[in-house]
Design a protein around this ligand. Structure first.
Ligand SMILES: OC[C@H]1O[C@H](O[C@H]2O[C@H](CO)[C@@H](O)[C@H](O)[C@H]2O)[C@H](O)[C@@H](O)[C@@H]1O
Length: 568
């Protein structure tokens, strides 16, 4: 699955596409047939690209082509398709087996010492026990016959987000790991990191998720942050030794020609920043019909291909989908992810640079340490010059004037900062380079409190109710966590109490939602305590890896007093 590249002047690699597997291509045909046969109700396209073959592909394809068809569309009957699927496939999810983590104890020693309230403590233990439900190993069948599966082989245990997300996800794993550390499950945390390092060693980057159809893109790059947190708790130098070469490779990926953009500031200095850029220009196999539906608005083939790249790049951002990536916030087909320099992505890469310098120091690699300290300093300056808006007291995404078309460099213009309020405008506070500046934190805190993003049940993703899941009124665990941790780590008294206030609202909504539905949810509605979120192109999911991780992390940090109410 090596990248195929054709070069255009000053624009090398921007039409890069990573080929998919014949199995994925075939499963998309089965998926399209299933939609025609079974209809829209309860149809999840991802289920079909997650099916495993019982025997070889050509035999299965032959049987599929031989199914009796009727009408203009060549519709297969419900009965025939059901029998075909049952005969030739193992159901989605059979390619992973439940795994009993050896480091799981029902009540680990030193678990959440600050949680005194018995009701909250027993709920926290239930959340902790969910790690057992979500722990998996790739089955032996996948390891022996990978050509029969879209699941990619990985040797170690993983923790999946839950429900339809039956494989490891890149950025989800950061909050899963934070929760595992609160649960004292250090070996499980290391196993996840080992798998993600294998992704880098195999593909050159960490994949969006552990499936063949995710090989064309990554996700918000938080591998260094995972290693950093584990090292902080375990002092495992061997993990750092194993991770460092992979992190150097990952850093090169995010600074490669397709991702790197140069902006010249008002003073004439050049700054390098990164963008999301998926190596794919077709419908996403896991959501092919929706992608095609929107692309049908475009007439030309090259416009369609560009649109599909914008869709896949939005999936790479983890914010799939959001008005953040749209030129016209009410028009999904105006998606232009690759023309945007995102604040949060550059913060993650800046953290990666700092972490690499830290790890290089641990291992005594002086010149690597020095060059990454320099890289971090340069990116910090770039973030300040391109994203910071002093009047608003926020960092704003920057829209490229020339769109995705490549140029040597572009000149910065204030009007290209996106002034809409997004939770991502506050993510820089998460890292110490920004939260250690007290005057800056005070200014950003004021701006955050008057942004309209803070609601009774948490921080909204945006102010725009677009129907997309990374917009109002949804709140997502990772965004709550980074903003809370940023304020908290500033050390300012007022910022700490703001952080605690938001964490308490978030814990309550998760708790009440759990009591009402018996489940932890992927996202929540920040307007109504105890309600889960909606919108987007798939049904709301439960499980849920990062929500569990953030609740445990918040409870570990802030605790819960004996007499503190947990109700909304
Ligand atoms: O199937 C559609 C999309 O699903 C994923 O995105 C969402 O779930 C992920 C797992 O929790 C999460 O990491 C992401 O932020 C969510 O928006 C997947 O990552 C997409 O690539 C996929 O197209």
């Amino acid at each position: 699955m090596s990248p195929t590249t054709s070069l255009s002047p000053n624009c090398s690699g921007t039409d890069t596409v990573v080929a998919t597997t014949p199995l994925v291509t075939f499963l998309v045909r089965v998926q399209e047939t299933a939609l025609r046969t079974f209809g829209e109700e309860d149809f999840d396209p991802k289920r079909y690209v997650d099916l495993s073959l019982k025997s070889n592909l050509s035999k299965t394809q032959k049987a599929f082509d031989g199914l009796p068809r009727s009408g203009e569309n060549g519709t297969v009957s419900v009965e025939d398709l059901k029998v075909f699927i049952a005969t030739y496939f193992d159901d989605a999810g059979n390619d992973l087996v439940y795994y009993d983590p050896e480091d799981f104890f029902p009540e680990p020693e030193g678990f959440l010492p600050k949680v005194k309230n018995p009701e909250v403590r027993s709920w926290a233990l239930e959340i902790h026990a969910l790690w057992k439900n979500l722990s998996r190993k790739v089955s032996d069948g996948v390891l022996e016959h990978s050509e029969l599966h879209t699941m990619l082989p990985l040797p170690e245990a993983v923790v999946v987000p839950g429900s339809r997300f039956r494989e490891v996800y890149y950025w989800d794993s950061y909050w899963v790991i934070r929760g595992l550390l609160a649960s004292k499950m250090y070996e499980t945390a290391k196993a996840i990191v080992t798998n993600l390092i294998i992704h880098v060693n195999t593909y050159g980057y960490v994949l969006n998720g552990g499936r063949a159809y995710y090989t064309n893109r990554s996700q918000p790059p938080l591998l260094s942050a995972m290693v950093y947190e584990i090292y902080n708790r375990t002092c495992d130098v061997e993990l750092v030794r194993k991770a460092l070469p992979a992190l150097l490779e990952e850093h090169a990926f995010w600074n490669s020609e397709i991702h790197k953009v140069t902006i010249q500031d008002a003073q004439g200095s050049n700054h390098n920043l990164s963008r999301y850029y998926a190596m794919w220009n077709k419908p996403r196999p896991e959501s092919s019909r929706r992608d095609k539906e929107y692309a049908s608005k475009f007439l030309g083939n090259s416009e369609k291909q560009q649109f599909y790249r914008e869709v896949a790049s939005a999936a790479e951002s983890g914010w799939d989908f959001s008005t953040r990536w749209m030129r016209n916030t009410s028009e999904f087909s105006s998606l232009s992810t690759t023309s945007i320099l995102p604040v949060d992505l550059n913060v993650y890469i800046l953290k990666m640079e700092q972490d690499i310098a830290f790890f290089a120091n641990v291992l005594g690699h002086k010149s690597t340490m020095e060059s990454f300290l320099e890289a971090a300093e340069a990116r910090k300056n770039a973030i300040n010059s391109v994203f910071w808006n002093d009047e608003m007291g926020q960092w704003l995404d920057y829209r490229l004037i020339n769109g995705p078309i490549c140029k040597e460099s572009e000149t910065w213009q204030a009007c290209n900062q996106n002034q809409n309020a997004y939770a991502s405008n506050f993510i820089p506070l998460w890292i110490d380079l920004f939260h250690s500046d007290a005057a800056l934190v005070e200014k950003v805190m004021g701006s955050f409190q008057s942004s309209g993003l803070v609601h009774s049940a948490g921080i909204a993703t945006s102010l725009i109710n677009s129907g997309h899941q990374w917009d109002f009124p949804n709140g997502w665990a990772p965004l709550q966590h980074m903003i809370v941790e940023g304020f908290l780590r500033s050390g300012l008294k007022e910022a700490r109490s703001l952080a605690e206030d938001i964490a308490v609202r978030w814990i309550k909504t998760n708790y009440v939602g759990y009591k009402k539905t018996g489940a932890m949810h992927e996202k929540y509605d920040v307007q109504k305590c105890g309600e889960f979120g909606g919108g987007g192109f798939y049904k709301p999911q439960t499980g849920f890896g990062w929500s569990n991780g953030v609740v445990l992390t918040f409870l570990e940090e802030f605790g819960w007093a004996e007499d503190q109410s947990i109700d909304c």
